[in-house]
Write a protein that binds this ligand. Structure first.
Ligand SMILES: [Zn+2]
Length: 314
């Protein structure tokens, strides 16, 4: 859980994971299952699927990239398993988002002797405005493709350190990917401009969209600021209902990694449409709607625009 203080049970669980992982590491080093092809290429591990996709584009064929968390996982309060520790211990580099996204990550890397890089370094954070997290940076910086260009530059530098001969290739991969990032950004801005000005509000479950709504020039409202308990309080739900009513917001949305029940409640109380599922904290499986980061931004753009304008029978 993304809590400011840790409870004793969480500490106990963590100790158990670390002990189990250390025991496992000691026993299976010689006969570990091959989680990565044994071809001499470096291995990079990321904390979640979105970063793994971006990193694999930058890395090309020179580096193996894997995500610790699986598609659909709740990433803020994830609890790493001994298997996660064992696999990550063999990596050459671990990449995390930073900005307090992965509350579990600090202790995870402390227990491992693997270098790590924070890919949001250099991004200008937007602070969370309300509730217990007020004043802390909002971690969802990747929801701006412009910020992801900074992530990409950080990855090029980090990958060059573990594979110096790959530098030109990483830089070329980054340059062509940045053109695609610029294109999905431009499309986001252009598409949102087709929504009538009075309907340009994005109401979601988690407050994960300040970077996207800033880029798109639309208002942002959410039920809760950061996925933690994943339980909307009655006060949070009624404040969202008031906002949707007062502003006559035509559609509301929820994200793929949390329950949409509180938002369905907002929709039925206000008469707003439920505009659909947005992807933020995780990609879908390979055969789902958002197997890549570029797909994620395209999917969310289309879902938001068709939800707000009432097109597409959502
Ligand atoms: Zn989130």
């Amino acid at each position: 859980m993304w809590k400011i203080g840790e409870d004793g049970r969480a500490r106990l669980r963590w100790s158990a994971v670390i002990v189990a992982a250390v025991v496992t590491l000691g026993v299976v080093t010689a006969c570990a299952p091959q989680d990565f092809p044994d071809d001499g290429k470096p291995v990079v591990v990321t904390t979640f699927t979105v970063l793994a996709d971006i990193a694999s584009v930058v890395a090309g064929d020179r580096i193996h990239v894997r995500s610790i968390t699986k598609p659909g996982a709740e990433i803020h309060g994830y609890e790493p398993t001994p298997g996660d520790m064992r696999r990550s211990a063999k990596a050459d580099l671990i990449i995390d988002n930073g900005l307090h996204l992965e509350s579990w990550f600090t202790r995870f890397v402390q227990a491992l002797d693997v270098p790590h890089v924070v890919v949001s370094d250099g991004v200008t954070p937007i602070d969370i405005a309300s509730d217990a997290y007020a004043g802390k940076p909002n971690p969802h910086a990747w929801m701006s493709p412009l910020n992801v260009m900074i992530y990409v530059d950080n990855m090029v530098r980090a990958f060059t350190r573990i594979d110096p001969d790959g530098r030109a290739e990483f830089e070329a991969n980054a340059a062509s990917y940045k053109k695609k990032l610029q294109a999905v950004h431009d499309d986001l801005v252009t598409s949102l401009r087709t929504v009538p000005r009075t309907q340009r509000a994005l109401v979601t479950c988690e407050g994960a969209f300040p970077y996207l709504t800033r880029d798109a020039g639309i208002a942002e409202r959410y039920i809760w600021p950061v996925n933690a308990e994943q339980q909307a309080t009655p006060k949070q739900v009624s404040a969202t209902i008031d906002y949707v009513r007062d502003n006559q917001v035509p559609a509301v949305f929820c994200e793929s990694t949390v329950s949409n029940r509180p938002m369905k409640q907002v929709a039925s109380a206000t008469g707003a449409r439920f505009g659909g599922t947005l992807y933020v904290d995780s990609l879908s499986a390979a055969d789902g709607p958002v197997p890549t980061y570029l797909d994620l931004i395209r999917h969310d753009t289309t879902t938001i625009v068709s939800g707000l304008t009432g097109q597409g029978n959502r």
